[in-house]
Design a protein around this ligand. Structure first.
Ligand SMILES: Cc1cc2nc3c(=O)[nH]c(=O)nc-3n(C[C@H](O)[C@H](O)[C@H](O)COP(=O)(O)O)c2cc1C
Length: 240
């Protein structure tokens, strides 16, 4: 399956086979990550793949591998990490490898090899226990008019994107020149102070789906004249 088709099949996997993936599979994964496309080329980032002994997690999922993501904390670095590693999520799932973004976790007994990069978030992965794919009807997502100012099937890849606690806090508007603006819904109640961080990663994730579905035409720009919308934060504009 290619990455684009995987958008409509993938799901977060939380039950894993204990057996680690083979060295060749891990090498291919690293090769993919090293060549993934970025949203902002001015931000340095890095990653590491560790085992359960090097992570602390709030939830007690067990997976053989943990992908730790690190970045310089510069403007839109959270979007950038979401954008890069959602391509990785799709890549893994397209190969039958289960994965799940994990906000509620951090490295443990781990020395960051690159002190200029801060830990951002992680993803668990490995061979899934049970079915990896699902049908489109099994996705729980907002209807398109809740996430866009116009009904537009071209936004479907973003609509199906994963997000922290399935918050889907993205909102798209259409510009006269055919480009789109993307906004993030502000949270009224700060139930979890990390949610703002995760929701910025989510924007990058949704943009990754728009990119994977339109690889030849997708272009993102962080700063363009735009309308300010009430209770929303402007996150950038793109063409597809
Ligand atoms: C930034 C981010 C953080 C997440 N953190 C967690 C987490 O800590 N624990 C968890 O079980 N799932 C976590 N998830 C997975 C989401 O709950 C999941 O993507 C969402 O419910 C949609 O389901 P789907 O991925 O199966 O489409 C996270 C997802 C994202 C994008």
């Amino acid at each position: 399956m290619d990455l684009k088709e995987t958008i409509y099949k993938r799901q977060s996997i939380r039950k894993y086979d204990k057996t680690p993936l083979g060295a060749e599979t891990l090498d291919e994964l690293k090769h993919f990550i090293d060549n993934a496309d970025v949203l902002n080329p001015n931000i340095n980032w890095s990653y590491d793949i560790v085992g359960p002994e090097n992570v602390r997690m709030l939830q007690r999922f067990k997976s053989p591998h943990y992908l730790l993501m690190f970045s310089e904390s510069k403007e839109n670095y959270l979007q950038n990490i979401g954008f890069i590693f959602q391509q990785v999520d799709l890549y893994m799932q397209s190969k039958g490898i289960g994965s799940c973004w994990i906000g509620a976790g951090s490295p443990k007994n781990y020395e960051n090899p690159n002190p200029e990069h801060d830990f951002v978030i992680m993803m668990i992965f490995g061979n899934p226990q049970g079915e990896i794919y699902r049908e489109l009807s099994q996705f729980q997502r907002k209807i398109i008019c809740e996430i866009s100012d116009e009904r537009d099937d071209r936004l479907m890849p973003a609509r199906y994107a994963p997000s922290a606690a399935n918050t889907q806090s993205w909102y798209f508007t259409h510009n006269d020149d055919g480009s789109y603006n993307v906004y993030r819904n502000k949270r009224r109640i700060r139930l979890n102070k990390k949610m703002d961080t995760w929701n910025q990663i989510d924007i990058g994730i949704a943009l990754a789906h728009m990119y994977v579905a339109n690889p030849d035409t997708f272009e993102f720009s962080l700063k363009r004249p735009h309308e300010d919308l009430k209770n929303k934060v402007f996150e950038g504009s793109f063409t597809i």
